[in-house]
Design a binder for this molecule. Structure first.
Ligand SMILES: Cc1ncc(COP(=O)(O)O)c(C=O)c1O
Length: 425
């Protein structure tokens, strides 16, 4: 390729993000964004299998077609340009595309959406990596200090907290979230945990519990904990992107995000937030120079990332922004309501996520009381009704998480299936 073509290609590919993420003109028209007609146009932006009804979007989010196409283009570009894009190109040609420049632009976009500063965010490969870095890197513990977390925390994050006994000599306390769970009793459990364990220095809180979809009052828990001089690490795997939240207003210090669940980016991208003034409380990685600097980038060492996936975060954010988080929030609640409403007065079925509007979005779990085995129930739903769900064995529950590609008919079909199964028991 001669140099002129090379520059043309570079410029053309640079515009892929913006062009690729636009939702069809039809959807962008005068439609009411809370109407089913509008959501039919959004559903058309997803290519999902029709072999089953996928109600497990909580595992990871399927990319919309504009995002998937942009991801393919980014992959094509990176495959063609290789390390030129990582630095050498820009060093000799000011017009060459540069990963560091584009990554910084996308971080700026994320910072603006979250209402934080760009130097408080860094890409990781998922929320797991973000939280491992935050938990294992938290360096304010003295041997004998206590760390707390609740049974609603994600299993591998619980393990990471437990490892603090070995790693930092900490005492580890597990709290039971009461059932039924309420907004207030979640705050009370953590406060009581701190009072019962005066040596508490750190708590882990999961913003939206992965097994039930219960939204935890992290703002209130953070404020309460701060009053006792206790730090809080927040697992935001499921919250950002699924419902309308004002992140800055939560006033948190240490947070792990996933971008491949509810933001709809390709698999393999997460985000870590550390409040700038708390940066020194998280260790730097040894490969990133000595301790004592406050650059968030020095707290992560991923090695070479999937660059195309990172670039596609821009496309995913544009896709969601075109719809608007207010409408996404309403849509997920409407999809949830479509099936949950059938069981509010049905004693045979427990809905494990409260009706309190502050405490749920789209993801919700249920149990058929007379059914003894959630895995078997999940198999029946898939085999006999074509519904893909997430069985939660240790709670004998089934987690249902619709995606933006789900229809109200999909949710109504779920309700019919649950009723039929319950009728037979
Ligand atoms: C609450 C919670 N935390 C962490 C994770 C881990 O996410 P990932 O595997 O995408 O890193 C999950 C995954 O479902 C989760 O639900």
């Amino acid at each position: 390729m001669d140099r002129r073509d090379f520059l043309k290609t570079t410029a053309a590919l640079a515009t892929v993000s913006a062009a690729g993420s636009a939702i069809s003109a039809q959807a962008q028209g005068v439609m009411d964004k809370d109407s089913d007609a509008y959501w039919e146009t959004i559903r058309a932006e997803y290519k999902v299998t029709d072999e089953f009804n996928n109600l497990n979007a909580g595992h990871w989010g399927i990319m919309s077609e504009p995002v998937r196409e942009a991801f393919a283009k980014h992959t094509e570009f990176i495959n063609a340009y290789s390390s030129h894009f990582m630095g050498s190109g820009r060093r000799v040609d000011p017009n060459a595309r540069s990963y560091n420049v584009e990554r910084a632009e996308i971080i700026d976009m994320l910072a603006e959406k979250l209402g934080v500063n760009s130097d408080e965010l860094v890409f990781t490969r998922g929320v797991t990596e973000s939280l491992q870095l935050l938990i294992s890197g938290y360096n304010k513990l003295e041997p004998g200090d206590t760390v707390l977390f609740a049974d609603a925390a994600y299993y591998s994050m619980q393990a990471e907290m437990r490892h603090m006994t070995v790693h930092r000599g900490a005492k580890v306390v597990l709290l039971d979230i009461p059932y039924p769970v309420t907004w207030e009793n979640q705050i009370d459990v953590f406060e009581q945990g701190i009072k019962d364990n005066p040596g508490t220095k750190l708590i882990l809180v999961t913003h939206m519990a992965n097994r039930t979809g219960v939204i935890v009052p992290v703002k209130e828990i953070q404020a309460m904990a701060r009053g006792y001089g206790v730090d809080v690490i927040v697992d935001a795997a499921h919250s950002w992107g699924q419902y309308d939240m004002d992140f800055a207003d939560l006033n948190l210090d240490f947070v792990g995000f996933n971008l491949h669940k509810w933001i709809g980016a390709p698999l393999g991208v997460g985000l870590m937030y550390i409040r700038k003034s708390r940066m020194l409380d998280i260790d730097t990685k040894s490969s990133k120079g000595p301790a004592g600097n406050d650059d968030i980038n020095n707290r992560v060492q991923t090695g070479t990332m999937n660059l195309a996936a990172v670039l596609s975060v821009r496309d995913a954010l544009l896709f969601l922004a075109d719809i608007g988080i207010v409408h996404i929030d309403r849509r997920f609640k409407a999809l949830r309501h479509e099936w949950v409403k059938e069981f509010l007065d049905d004693d045979r079925v427990d809905i494990l996520t409260p009706e309190d509007d502050r405490m749920h979005a789209g993801l919700t779990s249920f149990r058929i009381k007379a059914h003894p085995n959630a895995v078997e129930l999940g198999n029946t739903l898939l085999r006999d009704y074509g519904i893909n769900s997430a069985p939660i064995g240790n709670m004998n529950a089934i987690r249902i998480s619709p995606g933006l590609y789900s229809s109200k008919a999909d949710m109504a079909a779920l309700a019919v299936a649950i009723k039929e199964i319950a009728d037979k028991l």
